[in-house]
Design a protein around this ligand. Sequence first.
Ligand code: HEM
Ligand code: HEM
Length: 168
Amino acid sequence: MSDTGVTTYSKTQVVLHWSIALLILVQFLAHDGMEHVWRAFRRGQDAAANDVPMAYMHVVLGLAVLVLACWRLWLRVRIGVPPVSGMEHPALQLLAKATHLVIYALIFIVPLSGVAAWFLNVPGAGLVHVLGKDILLYVVLLHTAGALFQHFVLKSDVLRRMLFLQQA
Ligand code: HEM
Ligand code: HEM
């Protein structure tokens, strides 16, 4: 994923970044309904009526992540993104790039494996989904720590440009 000549993110890229982040947060906070319905399905039992709407919400919001991720990747290819940062150690830049790459992969792998489990009943897809969301959680925590470190310690502009506070 190479950087192009742009110096900041477009408004659409910023809105997409935070929309995807918010949707993923909701998926992590409200997955009980899906877990119960899925467990009942695997055991050949009927799901509790109050869990079903939450399971559908999980599917709809998860599909929304997939659609927004496609849009985001398309924008990245079409207009590019600014360099990860201009000021710190090359090893940290590499870590930031690797983190972004893994996050990009997971915002496709996690919903797609969910689709494969839920709609197509593909064996092993549920496991990929569960492992994928765990990795996503840890990588996003690293990513968040990195963003806060850059902002508060290195005093770089990376968080500001992801918050509409610095536009070209
Ligand atoms: C589920 C939550 C999140 C996801 C999936 C996510 C994903 C990403 C991705 C893929 C990029 C790379 C942008 C690109 O090259 O197109 C990025 C950039 C960025 N993210 Fe996140 N992010 C999340 C949460 C956060 C949080 C909580 C913060 C801040 C506290 C944050 C701050 C940033 C910043 C500052 C950048 C720009 C980095 C740079 O330009 O070098 N992100 N994010
Ligand atoms: C980025 C989007 C998504 C995130 C972050 C996410 C997150 C989660 C989480 C946290 C769980 C609970 C796993 C556990 O601890 O047992 C889960 C389970 C599940 N999700 Fe998703 N999900 C997403 C998208 C989807 C989509 C689009 C579908 C289906 C169309 C889906 C279907 C499922 C299924 C079937 C389970 C139960 C899997 C199992 O327990 O083996 N998910 N998901």
